[in-house]
Write a protein that binds this ligand. Structure first.
Ligand SMILES: Cc1cc2nc3c(=O)[nH]c(=O)nc-3n(C[C@H](O)[C@H](O)[C@H](O)COP(=O)(O)O)c2cc1C
Length: 242
């Protein structure tokens, strides 16, 4: 339809990068694109930290569940939800308390995600590959301490960026019917059943028939690994999560 839509629809996560560095110009374009994302009430309630220190990278790779590409990728960004700056701005003019209540938590998390996705698309438009790293929430307190995050800031996810050194298959998505509704939410169990078969075929192709699984099976497995520590961690950072 157009180049932008083609780019968006050809996304796939990249987990192997060659050693070509991301240039300062590329980083500037990526960050400039992130900064122009829509943002709730212009709060811009996020911060992004580029981790250039090799030792720190290795520590983060381990904390993220031993994901080697965190230390190996040319550029590693940590996207944080940030109400600290908002609180500072408010304090300049008012005694109104700023809390990490559920609404503010959502605002900051959404702002971080929107900026990050703009960055991801910008990077991909430059021929770079990206993968988000939610694994940093395996050990969020340690990650926050290493990055010096103040109260009311938390790491939402990391992002590896660099020149791709692999050509992974595109991961098929749910049938449109499962995610798109008109006027009213409708169940689409048949669409999920057919997606199970699509995922089974995809996984067989990706793994040379070593893995036989479906989307619903994967979701069931994921549900057994909830990050139960997030509530206590977020409360410790000043977010009022019940
Ligand atoms: C918030 C978020 C966190 C993610 N965390 C990880 C991660 O820690 N490690 C990883 O290899 N991929 C991670 N991913 C990538 C997803 O697994 C991937 O986007 C999804 O399986 C769809 O595949 P695709 O991006 O190749 O289309 C994450 C994606 C998102 C959006």
């Amino acid at each position: 339809m157009n180049d932008m839509i083609e780019l968006l629809q050809s996304h796939r996560s990249i987990r192997k990068f060659n050693s070509t560095p991301v240039t300062p110009e590329q980083l500037d374009a990526i960050l400039g694109s992130a900064q122009m994302a829509s943002t709730s009430s212009n709060m811009q309630a996020y911060s992004v930290i580029s981790v250039t220190d090799t030792t720190l990278r290795q520590q983060l790779a381990v904390l993220a569940g031993n994901q080697a590409y965190v230390s190996e990728c040319p550029l590693f960004l940590v996207w944080c939800a940030d109400l600290h700056r908002f609180a500072q701005a408010v304090r300049q003019h008012a005694d109104t308390p700023v809390t990490g209540n559920a609404e503010n938590f959502l605002v900051a998390t959404v702002d971080a995600a929107l900026a990050a996705q703009n960055a991801a698309v910008a990077a991909e438009s430059l021929g770079l590959g990206v993968v988000y790293i939610g694994g940093i929430r395996n050990n969020p307190a340690e990650v926050s301490q290493l990055l010096g995050l103040p109260q009311l800031v938390y790491p939402v996810f990391g992002m590896c960026i660099g020149m791709p050194d692999q050509e992974p298959l595109h991961r098929p998505r749910l049938p449109r019917k499962a995610v798109y509704h008109e006027n009213r939410y409708t169940e689409a169990r048949d669409a999920i059943e057919s997606y199970d078969e699509t995922v089974r075929d995809y996984m067989k192709e990706r793994t040379g028939s070593k893995v036989d699984t479906t989307w619903t099976k994967e979701m069931a497995a994921k549900a057994t690994r909830p990050r139960q520590h997030m509530k206590a961690f977020l409360r410790g950072q000043g977010f009022e999560i019940e």
